[in-house]
Design a protein around this ligand. Structure first.
Ligand code: HEM
Length: 509
């Protein structure tokens, strides 16, 4: 008995010692070593501050929003990322560090370094999320690394080729038409305040359900609604583990695997399965393709990649066009000249120069993703700096987009004119505009999102003029993407600018 007790006591003591040592290493020894190494590079940080990824205004005031009374102000970056801005200004450096829990987080704002890091996806990998719930939102291409990433990207790429997007235009059109119909019903031919944010959310969710699942979109939409709820829980860090919809997605995929008609190949799921089959056939082995579970994860990623980002691009564009009505007028004039009351086609959408400039400026001002995380696994040189292993990095798109040395003194002004020529002319030839990331992992859905957003804008501008409602609060804030947390209350006025009969048909030629 005594021997037993002694053995238990020894086992407990060893366990406590092992875990205690690990804890000490994690919380003190490794951070100290990294700190020493970073300070050796001449960097400093004044405070040891513990902050979550994107604190608002200051790490000390979690969950408070910074609202500006001036709806036309620039300097959005200090509203959204006050803490990082403060550190950035305090350290006056293109590369600086702050503390994330016990780890130093290295912040990079220098364009050449960001380009270099984005180009080398093997050394600078996407981190696995600390919050295990976050991975429930989708574990596909967005967080794959190395060979796994290369395999997924190769198979998924064909689904996003420009010529494939042509076939998705009717789905975009149907979803936009439904929203416009609703707005016509609400405005009843006059003016009314509408929070357009939830409407745009429904529309962009609908687009991704239709384009991902084609005829099975109703079932797909239900899953996405659950995903949306899950995202809210993840953001709140709640501990409920629930994987919504996986069985239903599996059913849709299994059904699809048995179908071979051409029409099923034109949605994202069909294109993905098609490309997967080709890869397996070509290489003669299933291991070169994606499993059903991997296809499910990619569908989830399409939803988050496709919906959370696009809805915010569209919303900030509408808000910006309210703040700068001259640009609203110019955009509408271009739309009417290009299409009149014709249904928009892909060639016309690609030739909308003013709208393209506006969207670029909105992406500069309000990039849906303000920074890209990376992780270093071994001591790595970046420029002439040697970064220690284990350093988490943030590549700051937003701070780059607000750098007056790159963009000029009018950096805080909304001025789409800066994008009138090629993008590099707007940035003194330094590649500094990365709303869709860069290098091999550049956003796979950028053409998809630009096409969808342009089509939606064409349809909105032809039927409505809009201005900010007095109840709108300007408080850009990052949750999963940068969004207006209190909604986007606009006064919509129905005005049939295209002088058509205003009977919306959902058919498409
Ligand atoms: C305004 C809209 C969008 C913005 C601003 C945006 C932004 C980005 C950015 C910055 C990245 C790079 C992330 C990194 O390297 O860490 C990225 C990657 C990605 N995006 Fe988007 N995105 C948008 C729309 C979409 C859409 C519509 C889809 C799909 C339907 C999509 C799917 C993806 C995927 C799968 C990746 C990972 C690519 C890879 O690692 O190879 N995105 N996006």
């Amino acid at each position: 008995m005594e021997v037993m007790s002694a053995a238990v006591a020894v086992a407990v003591a060893v366990t406590v010692a092992v875990y205690g040592w690990r804890f000490l290493k994690w919380v003190w020894l490794l951070p100290k070593a990294m700190e020493k190494s970073l300070r050796g590079l001449g960097w400093f940080t004044s405070d040891r501050i513990y902050h979550s990824h994107y604190p608002i205004k200051s790490c000390h005031v979690y969950n408070q929003y910074s609202i500006t009374s001036d709806r036309n102000v620039g300097g959005v970056e200090s509203l959204v990322m006050g803490f990082q801005c403060t550190s950035y200004n305090a350290q006056c450096s293109n590369i600086f560090f702050t503390w994330m829990g016990p780890k130093p987080m290295v912040h990079v704002t220098k364009p050449q370094l960001i380009r270099q890091i984005l180009a080398d996806y093997n050394k600078f990998q996407k981190p696995k999320y600390g919050n295990p719930l976050a991975s429930l939102l989708g574990k596909g291409l967005v967080d794959a690394n190395g060979d796994q990433w290369a395999k997924h990207r190769k198979i998924i790429n064909p689904a996003f080729y420009v010529e494939k997007l042509k076939h998705m235009l009717p789905a975009f059109y149907i979803s936009c038409s439904e929203m416009i119909n609703k707005w016509e019903g609400i405005t009843k031919g006059g003016s009314v305040e509408v929070d357009v944010y939830p409407h745009l959310q429904t529309m962009t969710s609908d687009v991704i359900s239709r384009t991902a699942f084609g005829s099975s979109y109703e079932e797909g939409r239900k899953i996405f609604e659950l995903q949306h709820e899950l995202a809210k829980l993840v953001v709140k860090d709640m501990q409920s583990i629930y994987i919504p919809g996986s069985r239903t997605v599996k059913k849709i995929i299994n059904k699809r695997l048995k179908e071979t008609t051409d029409s099923t190949k034109e949605d994202l799921l069909g294109l993905l399965l098609d490309s997967n089959n080709k890869e397996i056939k070509q290489k003669g082995n299933n291991k070169f393709g994606l499993s059903i579970d991997e296809v499910i994860e990619e569908c989830k990623v399409f939803y988050f990649g496709g919906q959370e980002t696009t809805v915010n691009l569209l919303t900030w564009t509408m808000i910006s066009l309210c703040q700068h009505t001259n640009w609203q007028d110019r955009a509408r004039a271009e739309v009417l000249e290009m299409f009149g009351d014709r249904k928009p086609d892909i060639d016309g959408l690609n030739r909308l120069k003013t709208i393209n400039m506006i969207l670029h400026e909105v992406l500069r001002f309000y990039p849906p993703g303000v920074g890209m995380p990376r992780m270093i696994h071994e001591e790595t040189k970046v420029g002439n700096l040697t970064l220690p292993s284990g350093s988490p990095l943030i590549l700051h798109l937003m701070l780059l987009h607000y750098n007056a040395e790159i963009w000029g003194d009018d950096v805080n002004e909304f001025n789409p004119e800066r994008f009138a020529e090629v993008v590099s002319n707007a940035t003194k030839k330094q590649a500094s505009f990365f709303p869709f990331g860069g290098g091999p992992c550049i956003c796979i859905g950028q053409n998809f999102t630009m096409l969808e957003t342009k089509l939606a804008l064409v349809m909105i501008l032809r039927r409505f003029s809009f201005k900010l409602s007095p109840s709108y609060s300007h408080a850009p804030h990052v949750i999963l993407a940068m969004q207006p947390p209190f909604g986007a209350q606009l006064i919509l006025t129905f005005s049939c600018f295209c002088k058509c009969t205003c009977v919306i048909s959902v058919g498409f030629p």
